[in-house]
Design a protein. Structure first.
Lengths: 351, 351
């Protein structure tokens, strides 16, 4: 626990002012790139004046199974988690194509897939157990397992940042994990489950009602303590969610910007942010997911998501798409002429 | 005129069904990429089964001056149009960085900049006149000039498509051109000017009120005929807007998908769509601009814009950012495994 409770340095306000001043001096009407400018300024401020590099990018995809899948909360059978991990390492999933397009290195992390997976250079085995326990009947994991999940993600982000990566992103795979993420976001926000539960991979009304009932039952049974994110993670979380929480904290502790994906990584970021409020300065929300629960985290952040496309795939796909937009923005931040260097007249002083 | 009134072939509905069926067979929950899937399906349908290439991309940036600039409708002086053209060919503008990131070839077209511009390999001189006339006092151009502008854009798109480019985009530069675009979109939609006029490059309330008055005066004076887009273009349009209209039609006539940028290209697309209703199948709206008038065109299209970032820069910047997202999407359409090829279980039949 000690590691990921070390203080995270907030980003210097002075750096943000300098980055905004630089943006305002480039040959475009002030603020004309809209919300993208907020992202560019925050990114440049994290990197510090004169150092706004965005070269190496990495996305980590954390996979795990969920005992609660036996409550029939998902449209897909549990074995799809392992099948999709094999698909990731074979290069056949959406995240493979999108990470390839974005130029981001993809690493898949087995945090607890209920299957024996092969050795592969892009698959890290960090299996804590063969999936969590069924939270509808007992806590998903014990406190030690929750801390282990956090530590694994934290270390992975720290190591990658120390290796010099400029930008990180986290994605997920785990049948049943919108159930867990919705439970976390309901507990952390106090908002009722029925207002937050979505359709996950595409469940019908009856399955969604069952999912709501299962989440409410788990929360009522275990009474997770919203002031203690490790308690919440252990009782209704998942191994991949814990790892993502630790990953976000590790990124912040390394002063490395990190992209959040959809509702699963939003639930992880919500736990991380409660443990480490200064982390907020390093979190970039890739997109607004179709899952209603994702708004709980978005309401906590200063930056708005760049994309709002009703995506609900996970894997880090929304994060990596936003990565492309940010990279274009960083490129213009570094390359564009200023009004004086290009000899372009500034705005009329009267207006 | 004959050329750009030749029929445009609608995209075969059968192709769209096939593209959607392919998307549904890929290893992701059905529809889980949200609105991006609509874009991918439309793009794949245009290209035809087995031929969904997206390799070469080109963005054309049409520049011209507007006589109405003398009515003080912009935050910037008129000479900025020429200064920015020099900036484009020197590589110092936002579009240079973003087109570079997207891998799109950039061509700047002088349609009527009020300045003598140097020869440069990436600058095409198609100057019709030294800017339009002031529409607040007389028609911006005569009908012959309007048809010439349309023809130039049409030919450029046709030539580029014949050279084998997969995807086109159009952007603009012209001080005063949101005044012209807003006039066009008001005439074509019948919506009042004061509901459509925005802040352009960043004008204050008094300047915006003046801009509304100028547009209303021009419309009342010239009475453009909304059923005759060439008449509207001539009376309240711009040379770059006419070229962009022709460019969109040329793309459609070549069965080549083309990206719309902000409010200027939206006004051009509105004229083009009225001349050629089947063009709709080839138009991809890059983003929702901060300019209220852009919604007039978006309401006519089946596809939603991929970005909504309150951008108001022009130059093709929003179009090129959306190009990146589409390219990522096309890549996964071509690369992803299917459920059967990857051995991934499909959705439970009960749901």
């Amino acid at each position: 626990m000690q590691d990921f409770l070390q203080p995270i340095q907030p980003v210097a306000r002075e750096n943000i002012k300098k980055a905004r001043a630089h943006l305002d001096n480039l040959t475009k009407p002030r603020g004309s790139l809209g919300q993208l400018e907020d992202w560019i300024a925050q990114y440049a401020a994290i990197k510090g004046p004169g150092n706004c590099t965005l070269e190496s990018k990495a996305v980590f995809l954390f996979a795990a199974d969920h005992g609660v899948a036996e409550e029939k909360v998902s449209a897909y059978p549990q074995e799809v988690t392992a099948q999709m991990v094999l698909n990731f390492i074979s290069g056949g999933a959406a995240i493979n194509s999108l990470a390839g397009y974005a130029g981001a290195e993809l690493t898949v992390v087995d945090m607890g897939v209920k299957s024996i997976l092969p050795h592969h250079p892009s698959l890290l085995s960090k299996k804590i157990a063969d999936g969590t326990r069924n939270m509808a009947r007992e806590p998903a994991m014990d406190r030690q397992e929750a801390e282990t999940a956090l530590s694994i993600g934290y270390q992975l982000a720290r190591e990658k940042a120390q290796a010099g990566v400029d930008l990180l992103a986290a994605g997920d795979m785990g049948i049943g994990n919108t159930t867990s993420a919705t439970a976390i976001l309901s507990v952390m926000s106090g908002q009722p489950v029925h207002e937050l539960a979505g359709r996950g991979t595409g469940i019908d009304d009856a399955t969604r009602q069952n999912k709501i009932r299962v989440i409410e039952q788990a929360i009522n049974m275990h009474r997770p303590d919203a002031t203690d994110p490790v308690d919440v993670l252990g009782k209704v979380g998942g191994f991949e969610i814990g790892a993502m929480s630790g990953f976000f904290i590790g990124a912040g502790a390394s002063s490395t910007p990190v992209l959040i994906d959809g509702v699963i990584s939003s639930s992880a970021a919500m736990l991380a942010l409660t443990l480490q409020p200064n982390l907020k300065d390093y979190l970039f929300p890739g997109h607004r997911s179709a899952e209603p629960a994702s708004r709980v985290l978005l309401d906590q952040l200063d930056l708005s998501p760049l994309l709002d496309l009703e995506m609900r795939l996970g894997e880090g796909t929304g994060a990596v798409m936003a990565m492309c937009l940010l990279e274009g923005g960083v490129r213009l931040y570094n390359e564009m002429a200023t009004f004086s260097s290009a000899g372009v007249s500034e705005k009329n002083s009267a207006q």
